[in-house]
Design a protein around this ligand. Structure first.
Ligand SMILES: Cc1ncc(C[n+]2csc(CCOP(=O)(O)OP(=O)(O)O)c2C)c(N)n1
Ligand SMILES: [Mg+2]
Length: 339
């Protein structure tokens, strides 16, 4: 049950798999860049938290998921939606508040869901999605299947009280939940050193008997490898698992962040030395799994998908006024339905 550190690993996947991860990370990066542009043009309003820099976390973990596994996350959620296969067009349309968005334009960046892809949001209250994630895992345990729930939250959220109430219950009932702490080293403008009494968050489950691991979140293969172990533990009925994934966000906390709490050099250094997409690119080229031309073709394909999502969003109308009165209360409560 002891918590431990893992180190980065050499490629342990096929060239095609690695290419897929590169593609999936690039889709998130380019999508987020486009969202940033649309925000600057006034086409996206309200809160918008970009995932740029953290792509390897969700792509590495999605590579360990099977059909019917569930995921739930915070407000920094666009990457999670794209990685689990939600349509970029529907996500961008929601960001721009349009009728064809995942929440009919009424939820925006932080409030999207997909029953089909088992994506349970998008949550704005820091820490509040953690008990919900354990609840999703409880449902699967109750039904007796081997599904796992990936419950993502930040280093800041890891200091919330409800996280520890959840750890206790998840361990007590041996729930199949992977607690994924995306440690990007900042909670808004507060660094982890300034806010957190002990820096090794992966050890926070020890008091509850939950194993934990620290993972290099800038290397998609390290994330996948640690994720496989965590998921196997959960599927085998051994209860929850904690992954503290060390990552970094390149952009501000949200679109309105003056970024006075860190230096430009710090961000630049991370981008130059640790970027997850560049690392995957290097592994593809040096391992001769892809040529420069192959990668250019992937870049082009991604650019087209992202541009098409922006065009789709711009063409989609704003929701009609009477939409204000729909989707407020559930009409029917599903009874014991398998989801
Ligand atoms: C209960 C609660 N307190 C405060 C806030 C304001 N707030 C929004 S994000 C955030 C920082 C959270 O940081 P972290 O958990 O590290 O996630 P990150 O933004 O780095 O992904 C805070 C304090 C909130 N949304 N909810
Ligand atoms: Mg953080």
């Amino acid at each position: 049950m002891a918590a431990r550190k893992t180190t980065a690993k050499k490629p342990n996947v096929s060239g095609d798999e690695l290419k897929q991860y590169y593609r999936d990370m690039l889709l998130i990066r380019r999508f987020e860049e486009k969202a940033g542009q649309l925000y600057g043009m006034g086409l996206i309003g309200g809160f918008c938290h970009l995932y740029i820099g953290q792509e390897a976390v969700v792509v590495g973990l999605e590579a360990t998921a099977k059909e019917n596994d569930k995921r739930i996350t915070t407000y920094r959620d666009h990457g999670h939606m794209l990685a689990c296969g939600m349509d970029p067009k529907g996500v961008m349309a929601e960001l721009t508040g349009r009728q064809d968005g995942y929440s009919k334009g009424k939820g925006g960046s932080m409030h999207m869901f997909s029953k089909e892809k088992h994506f349970y949001g998008g949550h704005g209250i820091v820490g509040a999605n953690v008990p919900l994630g354990a609840g999703l895992a409880f449902a699967d345990k109750y039904r007796g299947n081997d599904n796992v729930t990936y419950t993502y939250f930040g280093d800041g959220a890891a200091n919330q009280g409800q996280v520890y109430e959840t750890f206790n219950m998840a361990a007590l009932w041996q729930l199949p939940v992977v607690f994924v702490i995306e440690n990007n080293q900042y909670a808004m403008g507060t660094s982890q050193e300034r806010s957190t009494s002990t820096q090794d968050i992966y050890k926070r489950g020890e008091a509850f008997g939950i194993p934990g691991e620290m993972v290099d979140g800038m290397n998609v293969l390290s994330v996948k490898e640690a994720g496989e172990k965590a998921v196997a533990h959960c599927r085998a009925g051994k209860g929850p698992y904690i992954l503290e994934i060390k990552t970094y966000r390149y952009r501000g906390h949200s679109m309105s962040d003056p970024a006075k709490y860190r230096t430009r050099e710090e961000v630049q250094k991370m981008r130059e030395e640790r970027d997850p997409i560049e690392q995957a690119r290097d592994m593809l080229l040096t391992g001769k799994h892809a040529s420069e031309e192959d990668l250019k073709a992937i870049d082009k394909e991604i650019k087209e998908i992202v541009n098409a999502s922006a065009e789709f969003a711009k063409d989609s109308p704003e929701p009609a006024l009477d939409e204000l009165w729909t989707d407020i209360y559930a009409k029917e409560v599903p009874q014991g339905e398998a989801v």
